[in-house]
Design a protein around this ligand. Structure first.
Ligand code: CMP
Length: 134
């Protein structure tokens, strides 16, 4: 059994896509093990995106993820990390296949609707960061 962290980012919440996105994960067979709607503190955003600290768009990442409520969740199931990445599609919505969440609902790489852990190790770190009680 694997766990992975998923965020519906502020653009997804604003576009009222939370229900649609949750339904896709559930239909795939994943279990919602934890779920919270939250305003992201700057410190959490910086910690979450620490690996991008040297990138030119780091501040943009922080500004965006703190710009409005985020729906954070832990999804669980066999191969949960890979399954969620498949459903989300490529990071750049213009490269993501139609039928994927980003392919269907995203327009630009900086506002790409969802975040998900990119590997099993990352998932452990991100779940502990966002859901310390989990
Ligand atoms: P996410 O999965 O949240 O993790 C890192 C994020 O960086 C990624 O989604 C994209 O939204 C964002 N990103 C990647 N490349 C760029 C870029 N060139 N400009 C702005 N944001 C980017």
């Amino acid at each position: 059994m694997e766990h992975t962290l998923v965020l519906v980012k502020p653009d997804g919440v604003k576009k009222k896509l939370c229900g649609e996105i949750l339904a896709r994960y559930e239909r795939k067979g994943l279990t919602i093990s934890a779920l919270k709607l939250m305003q992201v503190p700057c410190e959490l955003a910086a910690e979450h995106y620490a690996e991008h600290k040297e990138k030119p768009f780091f501040q943009e990442l922080i500004d965006f993820i703190t710009s409005g409520p985020v729906l954070a969740m832990v999804l669980s199931g066999e191969n949960a990390v890979a399954a969620v990445r498949q459903l989300n599609g490529a990071t750049d919505p213009l490269k993501a296949n139609p039928g994927s969440i980003r392919g269907d609902y995203g327009l630009a790489i900086n506002e790409n609707v969802v975040h998900a852990s990119d590997a099993v190790d990352t998932a452990k770190r991100e779940v502990a960061l966002w859901f310390p009680e989990f």
